[in-house]
Design a protein around this ligand. Structure first.
Ligand SMILES: Nc1nc2c(ncn2[C@@H]2O[C@H](COP(=O)(O)OP(=O)(O)O)[C@@H](O)[C@H]2O)c(=O)[nH]1
Ligand SMILES: [Mg+2]
Length: 385
């Protein structure tokens, strides 16, 4: 629903539109209304009263998305801080409103005294800040996932709507079935994929958003930071947008990647949605972007155009896998060791002979070193192929 007018102090939209909105909610059975422009608590409250459902805004929606995507403690705290900051700015008004008559989105608040609630939120902000400071001092290892697994990892990045999820789907068509114990170490947006007989971890990261509210920038950075740390970044841009928009968005992406300290990671730029523009336009855009966009590959994720080209480019940049053959004596610990190897590396062959086992596997060099150490602890043999 759209309306062009000066913001109404009670509802943001005009009284007539409120009626229309209430009818639309009823008709569609909507459970929530989300406004693109920011709502004041009193407007949320009045709209909730008029429609019977919770009414929030874009800020709340983005916060919700970040909350779902954050898995590290730092990112979670950062998001909590943004939420509390918002809460603090509106605490007194929200409690006062909730005291009138409870509405969706204001439940339970009425039980508080205004000042008590305000002080409680303030205290929480203080606690979260202290925790964040502590974590930053220790600076937790980013590469938690890398520490556990021997596959190269690829992160998809780019603006929302550029086609990250579509490309994710196109690349995960040959998804490798993995046992459930591996899933406990992978986030919901990470898949083990295989092309040209090589296995990779592919992660869909939280997307860049136009008009990101200032107070959410830190939360966005820390959420992105935890997922983008990988061996390769696959930056997706929407070729159907005007050239100056592509340049602008690309600059924001590259700048952010640099700001979170990930600029050393090799990057491929996928110029997506080329099916929507002419060949001439594709050529012109490639020429225009050549200087700024690293390793450009024109694709269509939707129509699966040039996906093989993209895969080749990925393989070219991630060719540092090591193959090794190990032989270990059979003991009580052999089986757990082998299952660890199966989970964390690409096991090519396994042969049992008498009282020993021979395994050929493939992994990134540093992980192969880790395997070597464990093999030596077993008094086994490790040979690079
Ligand atoms: N025409 C066309 N549309 C695409 C292509 N890739 C994605 N889309 C569409 O663009 C929209 C956003 O795609 P999505 O993958 O959800 O983007 P995300 O927000 O970056 O994950 C969807 O409607 C897709 O169907 C493409 O190659 N060509
Ligand atoms: Mg997506």
């Amino acid at each position: 629903m759209e309306q062009t007018r000066e913001g109404d102090s009670r509802y943001q939209i005009g009284a007539g539109k409120v009626k229309e909105l209430a009818e639309l909610v009823k008709e569609t059975g909507a459970q929530k209304v989300i406004f693109d422009n920011p709502l004041k608590p009193v407007q949320s409250y009045n709209l909730a009263k008029a429609t019977g459902v919770e009414v929030t805004d874009r800020f709340q929606l983005i916060l919700e998305i970040f909350t779902r995507r954050a898995t590290t403690t730092e990112a979670q705290l950062q998001i909590q801080l943004a939420r509390l900051g918002y809460e603090l700015a509106h605490a007194k008004e929200r409690v006062r409103l909730a005291k009138k008559e409870e509405q969706p989105g204001f439940m339970g608040l009425g039980a508080y005294e205004v000042d008590v609630y305000y002080e409680a939120v303030k205290k929480q902000v203080h606690t979260v800040r202290k925790k964040l400071k502590k974590i930053r001092e220790k600076r937790l290892l980013h590469r938690e996932r890398r520490a556990e697994l021997g596959f190269s990892s690829i992160s998809l990045a780019g603006y929302t709507n550029a086609g990250k999820s579509s490309l994710f789907n196109a690349l995960t068509e040959e998804e490798v079935p993995v046992d459930t114990t591996l899933f406990t170490t992978l986030s919901t947006t990470t898949r083990l994929v295989e092309f040209s007989k090589k296995k990779f971890l592919l992660t869909d990261t939280v997307g860049f958003i136009d008009r990101l509210p200032l107070t959410l920038i830190e939360a966005f950075h820390s959420t992105l930071e935890e997922t983008i740390y990988s061996d390769l970044i696959l930056l997706v841009v929407d070729a159907s947008e005007p050239t100056h928009t592509i340049h602008k968005k690309l600059a924001v992406c590259l700048e952010t990647i640099e700001r979170i300290g990930a600029s050393g990671i090799p990057t491929i730029t996928a110029l997506n949605k080329i099916d929507l523009i002419s060949e001439t336009e594709t050529y012109q855009k490639l020429e225009s972007l050549k200087g700024t966009a690293p390793n450009l590959v024109p694709i269509s994720a939707l129509h699966k155009t040039n996906i093989d080209l993209l895969k080749n480019e990925i393989l070219k940049m991630l060719k540092n896998y090591v193959q090794a053959s190990i032989t270990i004596p059979s003991t009580n610990e052999t089986m757990p060791f082998i299952s660890w190897l199966f989970k964390s590396t690409d096991v090519k062959t396994i042969k049992y002979t008498g009282n020993s086992a021979n395994i050929v596997f493939e992994a990134v060099p540093w992980f192969a070193e880790k395997v070597k150490k464990r093999v030596e602890e077993f008094n086994g043999k490790f040979e690079k192929i």
